[in-house]
Write a protein that binds this ligand. Structure first.
Ligand SMILES: [Mg+2]
Length: 207
């Protein structure tokens, strides 16, 4: 397990785990937290994940990679979605290198049109469609939905290289007990068929 302490984010685990729509933002589209920026965290985390992408590429492997949207590819600032450059750049690099690249979001399926528009605006090179943009269906909670989508991806391509997001459910299930939940960034390595690595960015909520 790899953790990093470079910020001062705090977590509210109850809030993180209690609801599939734990949004503290004003928009009903968004499923994640809002956000005070944590700019120091993105360069080292994206570099860390990029290293694993390039290692796999050097080994001529193309495992799938999974990205969350809110507070991962974009910050939610009021009504605006502001791209997080380092994460968008990592995403593009995965697409360019030919890795099966997926977006798994807890945004509800009913917001597909708006979310597709957002993803298109990031100009990542990924064709955004029902295969690559996996959303939460009606009646599903975020944890189950994301787990099921990752299972589908792993069944299709094999073990996922990493899943990155700002919620614990982005890391996968059965997170080891000794994970430091207070660390601003947490990377967990798994030994299972579905997921090799889960990376958690801060859930910082509104100021
Ligand atoms: Mg999120």
């Amino acid at each position: 397990m790899w953790t990093m302490r470079t910020g001062h984010a705090t977590y509210d685990d109850e809030r993180v785990f209690s609801s599939s729509t734990s949004s503290s933002t004003s928009s009903p589209i968004r499923a994640g937290g809002g956000g005070r920026e944590a700019p120091l965290l993105y360069p080292p985390l994206s570099d860390f994940l990029r290293t694993h992408v390039h290692l796999a590429h050097a080994q001529e492997r193309k495992p799938p990679v999974v990205f969350d949207i809110d507070d991962t590819l974009v910050w939610n600032r009021g009504e605006d979605d502001v791209p997080i450059p380092q994460m968008v750049s990592l995403f593009k690099e995965c697409v360019d290198l030919g890795f099966p690249t997926y977006v798994v979001t807890a945004r509800n399926e009913k917001w597909r049109k708006e979310t597709t528009r957002l993803m298109a605006s990031l100009k990542t090179g990924l064709p955004v469609n029902e295969t690559t943009l996996l959303m939460r269906r009606r009646g599903e909670d975020a944890d189950s939905s994301k787990h099921d989508h990752r299972s589908t991806i792993a069944d299709r391509h094999g073990q996922i290289l990493f899943s990155v997001g700002d919620q614990w459910w982005d890391l996968g299930r059965r997170i080891p007990r000794d994970v430091d939940r207070e660390a601003p960034v947490v990377v967990v390595f798994f030994d299972n068929k579905q997921l090799k690595m889960g990376a958690k960015l801060p859930f910082v909520g509104e100021d």
